[in-house]
Design a protein around this ligand. Structure first.
Ligand code: GLC
Length: 564
């Protein structure tokens, strides 16, 4: 790396592919790796830098593949190891990087280790790889503590011992088919290091670390004061909990964000750094207060941590400004780049969260332009670029364990996992020649990729914004200068309530109107000569030192020097 280049991931646009719902190539109704390969040109045309693939490893698929039974093999439903290698290669040929998921908090109960543990006696080395404990009560019938699974119900299940008697309990913070691993056990460390090297050797450019804050547990035999409340607070798809209540509950989670996780990541970092190229890692870690997130991205730990502030954000200038300020302040302290995430496979789709329908879509466009103009890296969830919404799914078609474990009280996360509509002319919009694993709503036809060719459609907006973002910040400016802290790239501009505005360097200005009314503003004198390079809706106008902003609109202005 020459002195003037900065690491690719610091400002990257990374696109999340949920393989099961992206593109089916063999007619079984579920997406697969060959399907992803067939859509690489589409992904390239978006202007992204890397693809993050949700798990495609061997799995009984009780939690969409996050229940891994062999992390070093490909599940037949997704294809073969050859397909995975071909995908990595084909992506690299197009200058797209590949990030894969790693799921270190738990193994599927179908993993050979778990089967061995159940067949072995209490206290055996095979059980020591998981959290097996005797129950409480006279005959051990009460779980070792009162923790709840994040998916609902108790966080413990009881095994039947080989003599047929009810036996010990094992911990599962998620589904009962996802047994938590004991990270005090050296076999666990060794096995994950092997898995990292396995995929690094295959050429992957990085890892998204699932439940990265989970691994180490403390006070495992102590009851929690409000286990059910805590579970709800931990769920991304539940939006009815007041923010203050959520934050209070999250301020003290006995099984998350313990000191022990950092030693693990320091070891992993050494592995990443021992490989050529800039291999990276991004942590999925919900930590509170959020300032603790920076501990995961210290210079000898991980590279990025998802910032989930925008994942639950309303379209509200005040809130957004505070979230941006806080994030940039926090990550700058450890010289890590910020990340911005608007939705993912665990949360409602952005349009839905912002109210749904046309207004939701208009706000989502404005939110996207705001997000993509911020310093740092961005994550885009498949279909976000199309403006898709969650859609009702009949209960008998639902697959998320959340739905089953809560006995249908929580509908779960399937809404965001409905397959991608590629072509309005084809059956099931070209996703599959078979029956899609989740029903695809017929009204999506106008949102299909082949329909989004008009200049101002959602997809074209994303293509434009990703291209301009790169031109302005990666090609024109940042790449030509030595690395700076992200905080140096943003200056707030004084604006009336409901508006948010900032400049980055001397040549880029953003205005966002989060209100339902159009507004005309006076621009600062240093921004007098400008050009609107992108607007999330029609009707924005910059003229004679004033800026007219329609309701719910974000505009990007490039400042011209006097000579034009
Ligand atoms: C992460 C994944 C989610 C999964 C959970 C358990 O939060 O994003 O989909 O259910 O971990 O592995």
């Amino acid at each position: 790396m020459t002195k003037k280049q900065i690491s690719w991931w610091r400002n990257a646009a990374i696109y999340q592919v949920y393989p099961r719902s992206f593109q089916d190539s063999n007619g079984d109704g579920e997406g697969d790796l060959q399907g992803v390969i067939s859509r690489l040109d589409y992904l390239k045309s978006l202007g992204i830098d890397a693809i993050w693939l949700s798990p495609f490893y061997t799995s009984p698929n009780k939690d969409g593949g996050y229940d891994v039974s062999n992390p070093r093999d490909v599940d037949p439903r997704f294809g073969t190891m050859n397909d995975a290698e071909e995908l990595i290669h084909a992506a690299h040929n197009r200058d797209l990087r590949i990030i894969v998921d790693i799921v270190p908090n738990h193994f599927s109960t179908e993993h050979v280790w778990f089967k061995e543990a159940v067949a072995s006696p209490a206290g055996s080395p095979a059980r020591a790889r998981f959290h097996f404990y005797d129950g409480r009560g006279e005959s051990g019938e009460i779980p070792p503590n009162n923790w709840c699974s994040i998916f609902g119900g108790p966080a413990w299940s009881r095994v039947t011992e080989s003599d047929g008697t009810p036996g010990q309990w094992y911990l599962h913070l998620f589904d009962s088919t996802q047994a938590d691993l004991n990270w005090e056990n050296s076999d666990v460390h060794e096995d994950f290091e092997k898995t990292l090297r396995f995929w690094l050797d295959k050429g992957v450019d990085g890892f998204r670390i699932d439940v990265a804050h989970g691994l180490a547990k403390e006070e495992i035999l102590k009851d929690h004061r409000d286990p059910e409340g805590l579970t709800r607070a931990l769920r991304l798809d539940i939006s009815d909990m007041p923010r203050e209540e959520r934050e209070f509950l999250l301020s003290d989670v006995p099984f998350f964000d313990r000191e022990g996780v950092h030693e693990i990541y320091r070891n992993w970092r050494k592995i990443f750094d021992s490989y050529p190229g800039e291999r990276m890692s991004v942590a999925e870690a919900w930590v509170h207060p959020s300032s603790r997130a920076t501990r995961y991205v210290r210079s000898d730990e991980l590279h990025q941590i998802f910032n989930f502030d925008f994942l639950i954000a309303e379209w509200n200038a005040d809130f957004l400004k505070q979230a941006v300020e806080k994030t940039i302040r926090e990550v700058s302290a450890v010289d890590a780049p910020a990340t911005w995430v608007l939705c993912n496979h665990d949360s409602p789709r952005l349009v839905t969260r912002l109210g749904g329908g046309e207004e939701g879509r208009i706000k989502a466009r404005a939110m996207a332009l705001l997000t993509q103009a911020l310093p740092g890296g961005i994550y885009i969830f498949q279909g976000e670029e199309l403006g898709l919404e969650d859609s009702p799914i009949p209960d008998d078609r639902r697959q998320d364990p959340v739905f089953f474990r809560t006995k249908g009280v929580d509908k779960g996360r399937d809404g965001a996992r409905i397959p991608i509509p590629w072509n309005s002319e084809l059956k099931h919009f070209g996703f599959t020649a078979g029956e899609p694993w989740l029903p695809m709503p017929s009204h999506w036809s106008s949102l299909a990729v082949n329909k989004q060719t008009e200049k101002n459609c959602h997809l074209e907006l994303y293509k434009d914004s990703l291209r301009i973002r790169k031109e302005l910040y990666l090609d024109r400016k940042i790449r030509s200068e030595k690395v700076k802290k992200s905080s140096e790239f943003l200056t707030w501009i004084d604006v009336p309530e409901g508006i948010l505005a900032f400049s980055r360097d001397e040549f880029f200005v953003l205005y966002a109107n989060t209100t339902g009314n159009a507004i005309t503003l006076k621009l600062e004198s240093r921004h007098l000569y400008n050009e609107i390079v992108l607007s999330s809706s029609e009707g924005a106008l910059s003229q004679d030192g004033t800026l007219h902003l329609p309701a719910h609109t974000t505009v990007w202005l490039v400042i011209l020097n006097r000579a034009g």
